[in-house]
Write a protein that binds this ligand. Structure first.
Ligand code: 4NP
Length: 152
């Protein structure tokens, strides 16, 4: 299984999702590839935002080694499942992917918890630590659901 987590900057939400899912994959010794990317280009090569790093570490997940990258259309071929943090990420990715877009692989992350409700993981960038903690909890629950669904 190859899973890609996507947000806008690839410094706040999707690195959290990558780190949380990777830890669950490692704990269960699953042979999965987990990665993340942003639809934007501002933070290519940047480490995760300090509040994402802090909240993750408090929950035992070290994401300090991750670096931002931008989504490329070939990601639609490489990955089996692509999860978007919010609707804008979904539509931006569809534009980037062009003819490579494959809707059968793509969904909002929170669809794993609330199917068909089109719920967003809110962008915490510029908000206080409490918002990052709330985002972490949503991501953690959704990643647990992914493991239950595919981690047989
Ligand atoms: P993310 O948050 O999409 O969760 O990584 C953002 C980080 C940076 C920016 C926007 C969102 N930005 O505009 O620089």
């Amino acid at each position: 299984m190859k899973i890609l987590m996507v947000c806008l900057g690839n410094i706040c939400r999707s690195p959290l999702a990558e780190g949380v899912l990777q830890q669950k994959v490692d704990q269960r010794r699953l042979n999965w590839k987990v990665d993340s990317a942003g639809t934007g280009s501002w933070h290519i090569g940047s480490p995760p935002y300090h509040l994402s790093q802090k909240v993750a570490l408090r929950h035992g997940v070290d994401i300090s080694h991750l670096r931002g990258r931008q989504l490329v259309k070939e990601d639609l071929l490489e990955f089996d499942r692509i999860y978007f943090m919010d609707e804008a990420n979904y539509w931006d990715a569809k534009r980037i992917a062009g003819s490579y877009w494959d809707a059968s692989k793509c969904s909002l992350l929170l669809d794993e918890l609330y199917p068909g409700q089109w719920q967003n993981v809110p962008d915490p960038y510029g908000y206080p630590e409490k918002n990052f903690e709330e985002v972490f909890q949503m991501i953690e629950e959704a990643c647990e659901a992914i493991i239950r669904k595919y981690g047989v």
